[in-house]
Design a protein around this ligand. Sequence first.
Ligand code: NAD
Ligand code: WQD
Length: 336
Amino acid sequence: MKKILVTGGLGYIGAHTVVELVNHGYEPVIVDDLSNTSLNVLDGIQAITGQAITFYQNDVRDLNAITKILRDNQIEAVIHFAAFKAVGESVQQPLKYYDNNIGGLVNLLKAMQTTQVKNIVFSSSCTVYGEPDVSPVNESSPIKKANSPYGNTKQIGEEILADCQFLNTVALRYFNPIGAHKSALIGELPLGVPNNLVPYITQTAAGIREKLTVFGQDYNTKDGTCVRDYIHVTDLAIAHVKSLDYIKNHPDNKFEVYNIGTGNGMTVLEILQAFEQVNDLKLNYSIGPRRAGDVEKVWADASKAKNILGWTAQLDLNEMVRSAWAWQQNLPKNAI
Ligand code: NAD
Ligand code: WQD
């Protein structure tokens, strides 16, 4: 099993995963419709790997195109990143999210069934746990009613995959990926005003945003700000490689889900302090009101991934915030 289709492979997590696939002897083929990225990312991937990577600009909802790509490239497994991911937008435009995230998945699975490709790694999310009763959460923790259409697409996506018994599926529930490749040639590329914490921090440090607002300091946590499990995107990328290795060695696997996090909860203020310290700068920030829909605290019990996939996070918070800033500084101003 070598030839891997990576949908959404020019996105943030996809690009880092393509690099790690090449590093570990796999042959990635990318499909991306460029709806949330730029073709420059392909240059970054190729500069890092020193290899030409096959790329198709197609929508995963195009059944004929995806079937042909699977067939022409003799694809043996798929990593499915392609989806929309903005939680707030999904509340405003739910059908846009159901259409792409569910329609895209169903379409991809039809193409896989036709071409008899049965192996898939799926991007799920810690959002399926909602506000957990206790952290760390493990894979048996309750799935709470989703608090956004986006979150619901991940819950439904997992259910669809579990129902498809012809598949060998590994679903990865990512916690909060941050940071960038150590080369600073690829990283997160938010189009417009970022929703997520770390791109907002780096853009504030770069002077693109005037000030960062910390959303609430009255939570029941050690410093009053929310707790998350931030994980380096390269560690997350390697979890996909380990998942493919697992699928290859367990051809009878049907559906398994794994938390992918470090196992450490960090507050917003701890992230800000680490960013300032490691990069030796001062951030302009103030405490504001809570953001609607935010979970107070959630972090992973990642022992299942350790025990079964043989994966653990290797990179620490210092490397996460260092690489995030190096990437921001390497970005041409007009890239945003
Ligand atoms: P991203 O937006 O950077 O990457 C997604 C890529 O998919 C983009 O390049 C986009 O152009 C492409 N795409 C979207 N719809 C497509 C379609 N119909 N056809 C072809 N290409 C399409 O997002 P990301 O952060 O890299 O996230 C990747 C996956 O991981 C998503 O499924 C997301 O929901 C999931 N996820 C992300 C996070 C996170 O915090 N970034 C956390 C948990 C889960
Ligand atoms: C992190 C923390 C904010 C911005 C989202 C999705 C989730 C998953 C990961 C896909 C929170 C605080 C943020 C800012 C702040 N994605 N914050 N000021 O909300 O944990 O999760 O991304 O599946 O589904 O909901 O990530 O980066 O937005 O926020 O204080 O300007 O930073 O309140 O505590 P979140 P985030």
